[in-house]
Design a protein around this ligand. Structure first.
Ligand SMILES: Nc1ncnc2c1ncn2[C@@H]1O[C@H](COP(=O)(O)OP(=O)(O)OP(=O)(O)O)[C@@H](O)[C@H]1O
Ligand SMILES: [K+]
Ligand SMILES: [Mg+2]
Length: 674
C-alpha cells in the first residue's frame, strides 16, 4: 500500500501547525528558525538569506512528510477495515427462547444472539452453544474458514465475520463502538499512538543536545563581537540547525509508526508501541502446549480399563462424566464411548440434569471434571494426580497399574485422563484411563532454532503431567518446560524471570492463560482465543499462529536497531558538519582557519548553504530506511551492534564531507551568492 504523493504533500503542510510540531522539539526549533530567517530575509533580502530560509522550511516539511508517509499506510488499512463495518441485523434470543430482530448497533453486553450460515456476526462475543465454520477474511485477509466452538479455547467470534456453515449462539462481550474492528481502526490510524518510554527518553536526550547547541551558538555572538565582527543571525540559525540532531528528530516518529505498521502487515495488532519495543528485547518466551505447540484438538482415541474392569463399564463411566463437558476433550470422550464402545448415545446432559444429576465442570485449577448422579454415584475424570487425590479423599487408593498406563500414554506424548467412580459412601475406585492424542505442529523445531539463534530461551508451560510435557518438549525442541502448571504457576514463572531483569513474552489462548498474558512484557493472544485472553494480552495475532512471535521479536529488534542506527548516524553527521561550517564562518577573521577548510568549499556562504541543504536532503534520503527498517538477521547481537556502529557512525562522519562538497559545487553556481 503506497500513499499518493499529493496526500503526503498536503499532510506535510498541515503538520506545520506548531501545536503538532511541539511534540518533536528538534523540528520545532527548525520551524522557529524558518520563521525567523524568513522575517530577516524579508527585511534584508539576499540570495543567501532567502535560500537558507527556503531550505529550513524544506527541512521541516521533509520531517512532516516522513511521518505522513508512515501514517498513510495505516490510514489506508483503516479505510478498508471501515468498509467491512456494515450495519447488521441481529437475531437476539429472549430468555423464553423466542427471537427478536434488532440492529447490531443496539446490542448490549450480555445479549445472546443466534447466527446461522450465511449471516454476519453482529458483534464481538463468545460462542456459548454450537460449532460453526467462520469466514474471518474481513479482519485477517485469510480466506480459509476457521472453526469456532463453544467451550474450548476457540470460542471467540468477531463482529463483521461471516458464519459459513451451521449455527451458533453467541453471547455479546463488547459494546458497539468498542468492538475489535473499532479498536483496530483506531490503532492503525495512529489515533491512539502515544510515545513509548524509550521514545520519550530519546526525545529528552535530543532536546538536551538541542539546548546545549543553542547555548553554544548564542555564545558565539559575544565572542565574535569582541573580535570586531558580529555574525549575521541567518548564519547563526543555519549553524544551529546543522548542529542539532535533525535527522533522528525528523524520523523518530516515522520509525515507531512503521514498526507498528510492519506488525499489522503480518496480521498482528499491538495495543501499545511499548509492547513492540519490549519484543525487541525479549529473552524468554513462554508457550502454552495445547493449541500452541500442538494442534490443540486433543481427541480421545482409546480407553484403557485396569484390573477386572470391563471396557464397556469404563466407557459408560467416562461417557457419563463427559456428557456436560463442553471442552473439545470432553466432547471427544462422549463420541469415542458411543462409536467405539457402543455406549447408549441417547443419554443427554439435559435429561440427566432434570433427574437431579449435578455436573462438575472442568477447570485448569482442579484439572478434573465429572458428575454426581442422583443415586449417589460420583464419577470423576482428570489428570492422574488430581484423580488420585480425589480417590484418596474418599478413603480409596489408586492401584499401581493405573500409573503404569498413565506413564505409557504420557511417554508417548499423549494426555492421560484417569476415570474413577465412587458408589454411595464406599471408597472411590479407579476404572481406567482415557488416552487423549494431540499432534505437534510441523516445523516447530526449526522455528525454535531461529529463536535460539536470536538468543531467546523457549519454555513450554502446560497443565499436563511431567512425562507428557517432557515428550512433547523433546519432540518440539523447546529449551525447557514446566509441567502441571496452574494459571498462578504460569504467572509466578513469568515474575521470577522478570525479577532477573529479563523481558518475557508469552503466547496463549485460554482464559487460564489470561493472568500470565497480563503479567508478561509481551503478551500475544490468539485471535481465536477467549475474550479474557485477548483482553489480558497487549497484542493479538489475527492468524492465531503462536510462532508468529518470531516475527514480532524480529520487528521489535528491527525497530530498536533502526532507531539506534539512525541516532548514531544523526549525531555523527552533525559533528562532521561542525567542521564544515565553523572554518567557513571565521575564515575572514582568522585566516589561519583556512587550514581547517579541508573541503576547499567555494565560499563561506556557499559552505553554509550547502550544509543546510545537505541537512535537509539527508532526511529524505533516510525515509525509506526509517520505514523499512535496518535489515535484521538472527545473529550475534554484539557483532550486529559493532557492524551498525561502524556503518552508521563512520558513514555518518564521512557522508557530510562528500555530500556537502558535491552540493557546494552546484550551489556555487547560484548567481548572487557571496
Ligand atoms: N475436559 C477435561 N476434563 C477433565 N480433565 C481434563 C480435561 N481437559 C484437560 N484435563 C486435564 O487437566 C490438565 C490441564 O488442562 P490443560 O491441558 O487444559 O491445561 P493448560 O494449562 O491449558 O495446558 P496446555 O498448555 O496443555 O494447554 C490436562 O493435562 C488433563 O490432565
Ligand atoms: K542537524
Ligand atoms: Mg490450554
Amino acid at each position: 500500500m503506497t500513499v499518493p504523493l499529493s496526500t503526503v504533500v498536503a499532510q506535510a503542510f498541515t503538520k506545520l501547525d506548531p501545536r503538532h510540531l511541539w511534540r518533536a522539539p528538534v523540528i520545532f526549533v527548525v520551524w522557529a528558525g524558518s520563521v525567523l530567517t524568513t522575517v530577516l530575509a524579508a527585511f534584508h533580502p539576499s540570495v543567501f538569506a532567502w535560500s537558507v530560509a527556503g531550505w529550513l522550511w524544506a527541512t521541516v516539511l521533509f520531517a512532516n512528510a516522513a511521518e505522513a508517509v508512515a501514517e498513510g499506510r495505516g490510514k489506508a488499512q483503516a479505510a478498508s477495515l471501515r468498509a467491512t463495518k456494515r450495519e447488521t441485523t441481529a437475531r437476539r434470543r429472549r430468555d423464553d427462547g423466542t427471537e427478536d430482530q434488532v440492529p447490531g448497533s443496539e446490542l448490549s453486553v450480555g445479549d445472546v444472539v443466534v447466527v446461522s450460515a450465511g449471516e454476519v456476526v453482529p458483534g464481538d462475543g463468545e460462542v456459548v452453544e454450537g460449532v460453526a465454520t467462520v469466514d474471518e477474511s474481513a479482519i485477517t485477509g485469510e480466506s480459509a474458514p476457521v472453526i469456532r466452538e463453544a467451550g474450548g479455547d476457540r470460542s471467540a467470534v468477531t463482529g463483521g465475520t461471516t458464519v459459513l456453515s451451521d449455527e451458533v449462539v453467541v453471547r455479546i462481550t463488547t459494546r458497539p463502538g468498542e468492538s475489535f474492528i473499532d479498536r483496530m481502526i483506531a490503532l492503525v490510524e495512529g489515533a491512539q499512538r502515544q510515545k513509548t518510554p524509550n521514545e520519550i527518553a530519546l526525545t529528552i536526550l535530543l532536546t538536551t543536545l538541542t539546548i546545549v547547541f543553542l547555548v553554544t551558538v548564542m555564545a558565539i555572538q559575544p565572542l565574535a563581537a569582541y573580535s570586531g565582527r558580529t555574525q549575521p543571525v541567518v548564519v547563526l540559525v543555519a549553524l544551529l540547525v546543522c548542529l542539532i540532531p535533525t535527522t533522528i528528530g525528523a524520523l523518530l516518529s516515522a520509525i515507531g509508526i512503521a514498526g507498528m505498521d510492519r506488525l499489522v502487515q503480518r496480521n498482528v495488532l499491538a495495543m501499545s508501541g511499548r509492547a513492540v519495543e519490549a519484543a525487541g528485547d525479549v529473552s524468554t518466551l513462554l508457550l502454552d502446549k495445547t493449541g500452541t505447540i500442538t494442534f490443540g484438538n486433543r481427541r480421545a482415541t482409546e480407553l484403557r480399563p485396569v484390573g477386572e474392569v470391563a471396557a464397556h463399564d469404563l466407557a459408560d463411566a467416562a461417557h457419563l462424566a463427559s456428557l456436560a463437558d463442553a471442552t473439545p476433550e470432553g466432547k471427544s470422550v462422549v463420541e469415542l464411548a458411543h462409536t467405539e464402545y457402543g455406549v447408549d448415545g441417547g443419554r443427554t446432559a439435559e435429561a440427566l440434569g432434570r433427574d437431579g444429576a449435578c455436573f462438575v465442570e472442568f477447570s485448569a485449577t482442579t484439572r478434573m471434571s465429572g458428575v454426581d448422579l442422583p443415586d449417589g454415584t460420583r464419577i470423576r475424570k482428570g489428570a492422574g494426580s488430581a484423580v488420585r487425590a480425589w480417590v484418596a479423599e474418599t478413603g480409596g487408593a489408586v492401584p499401581p497399574e493405573v500409573q503404569v498406563v498413565v506413564d505409557a500414554i504420557s511417554s508417548a506424548g499423549g494426555t492421560p485422563l484417569v476415570v474413577a467412580r465412587q458408589l454411595g459412601t464406599q471408597p472411590a475406585v479407579a476404572l481406567g484411563v482415557v488416552h487423549l492424542k494431540d499432534v505437534v505442529k510441523p516445523g516447530m523445531r526449526e522455528r525454535f532454532d531461529v529463536l535460539r539463534r536470536m538468543g531467546i530461551r523457549t519454555v513450554m508451560i502446560t497443565g499436563d503431567n511431567a512425562l507428557t510435557a517432557k515428550s512433547i518438549a523433546a519432540e518440539a525442541g523447546v529449551d525447557d518446560f514446566l509441567a502441571e502448571a496452574t494459571p498462578e504457576d504460569k504467572m509466578r514463572l513469568i515474575r521470577a524471570e522478570q525479577e532477573g531483569g529479563r523481558l518475557v513474552a508469552m503466547t496463549g489462548d485460554g482464559t487460564n492463560d489470561a493472568p500470565a498474558l497480563a503479567q508478561a512484557d509481551v503478551g500475544v493472544a490468539m485471535n481465536s482465543g477467549t475474550a479474557a485472553a485477548k483482553e489480558a494480552g497487549n497484542m493479538v495475532d489475527l492468524d492465531s499462529d503462536p510462532t508468529k512471535l518470531i516475527d514480532v521479536v524480529e520487528i521489535g529488534k528491527q525497530l530498536l536497531i533502526t532507531r539506534g542506527a539512525l541516532t548514531t548516524f544523526s549525531i555523527a553527521n552533525d559533528i562532521a558538519k561542525y567542521f564544515a561550517i565553523i572554518p567557513a564562518m571565521f575564515v575572514g577573521l582568522f585566516p589561519g582557519l583556512d587550514a581547517l577548510n579541508v573541503m576547499r568549499l567555494h565560499s563561506p556562504e556557499s559552505a553554509m548553504l550547502s550544509a543546510v541543504v545537505f541537512n535537509a536532503l539527508v532526511i529524505v534520503a533516510l525515509i525509506p530506511l526509517a520505514l523499512k527498517g535496518v535489515r535484521y538477521t538472527p545473529s550475534n547481537a554484539a557483532a550486529l551492534l559493532r557492524r551498525n556502529l561502524l556503518v552508521y557512525g563512520v558513514g555518518g562522519v564521512v557522508a557530510p564531507f562528500v555530500g556537502i562538497k558535491a552540493i557546494d559545487l552546484v550551489v556555487s553556481l547560484l548567481p548572487g551568492l557571496a
